[in-house]
Design a protein around this ligand. Structure first.
Ligand SMILES: Cc1cc2nc3c(=O)[nH]c(=O)nc-3n(C[C@H](O)[C@H](O)[C@H](O)COP(=O)(O)OP(=O)(O)OC[C@H]3O[C@@H](n4cnc5c(N)ncnc54)[C@H](O)[C@@H]3O)c2cc1C
Ligand code: FES
Length: 268
């Protein structure tokens, strides 16, 4: 089990309910793969509910950064952690996204804080691609200037139209796919989707990847317990290439799965 006592270097409010946490964590930073997560022990929570999973947003200069949204009691307690104090962090855990070859144009698709692991992904991709990012309102669209600084094309959608196109992030992706699939040099093998966000968005993206015959790598967001494969709190129904179904653990076997592996339940 990889646990690191980290020190909070920076803890700041970004916008709305979103916050940035920067930790001095040389061991985790050195091993970080985009799409992996850390399991953070939340100060002031009881023994049985100590940790919460967060994606690695940045890993540089011996530090790791986490970009998180305050949604409940764990993240609300985390928001009170003071700069300079210690935080017990386990990880990095999970498989992470496969880094595509230079012949592949990566299409990153994020919903809300799902942009966090995709930023680390963008810093490691051999070829610059397109970031499609969506949220309910402009406050849910984070760090797009950082993607632009890396030279990525950024397309934004908000449900209320306060930033970018009004509607779903899949609408702007569909426009891009329609424009680009009409090009003479278009090939499905030349594109792959890498996505993180709510289940409805991920399922819609998986459907597009399967219909368009390209790969779609989806990072699932499940409630977690142990974070290391022991408690089965995070299971997801999967299928192998022969169509046999089985249960996988999002913390250990994922959180990233290829679209064709995931069996979506009707309620998901
Ligand atoms: C692999 C992974 C990576 C993640 N990365 C990030 C990240 O980079 N930034 C970030 O802000 N959050 C991330 N999350 C989600 C984060 O772990 C949860 O928001 C957090 O655990 C909520 O804790 P809480 O005690 O504040 O909320 P709770 O009080 O436990 O719950 C509050 C509300 O949030 C819902 N909720 C709780 N956990 C999840 C979850 N995992 N997925 C969806 N809804 C949930 C509950 O159903 C409830 O409605 C990630 C989750 C996973 C599994
Ligand atoms: S969180 Fe315990 S098995 Fe995944």
């Amino acid at each position: 089990m990889k646990t690191e006592k980290t020190k909070i270097v920076e803890h700041s409010h970004l916008v709305g309910d979103y916050r940035l946490l920067v930790l001095d964590a040389p061991e985790i930073s050195a091993q970080a793969v985009p799409g992996q997560f850390v399991h953070v022990r939340i100060p002031q929570l009881e023994e049985s509910a100590l940790r919460r999973p967060f994606s690695l947003y940045k890993a540089e200069n011996s530090t790791i950064s986490i970009l998180y949204k305050v949604v409940g009691r764990g993240t609300a307690a985390l928001a009170t952690a003071a700069e300079g104090s210690e935080l017990d962090v386990m990880g990095p855990f999970g498989n992470g996204f496969p880094i595509p070859g230079s012949e592949v144009t990566p299409l990153l698709v994020a919903g809300g804080y799902g942009v966090a692991p995709l930023y680390l992904m963008a810093t490691r991709c051999l070829k610059k691609g397109v970031l499609f990012v969506g949220g309910a309102t402009a406050e849910d669209i984070l760090c797009i200037d950082e993607f632009e600084k890396l030279g990525w094309d950024v397309r934004v959608a908000t449900m209320d139209g306060t930033l970018g196109s009004q509607g779903l992030v899949t609408d702007v992706l569909d426009e891009w796919l329609t424009e680009n699939s009409a090009r003479n040099d278009y090939s499905p093998a030349g594109h792959e989707i890498f996505a993180c966000g709510p289940d409805g968005m991920l399922k819609a993206l998986g459907d597009r990847a399967i219909a368009g015959e390209f790969k779609g790598w989806l990072s699932l967001d499940k409630h977690m317990g142990c974070g290391v494969g022991a408690c089965l709190a995070c299971v997801q129904k999967l299928q192998n290439v022969g169509g046999d179904e089985y249960w996988g653990r999002v913390c250990k076997d994922g959180p990233v799965f290829e679209s064709r592996e995931i069996v979506w339940e009707s309620s998901e």
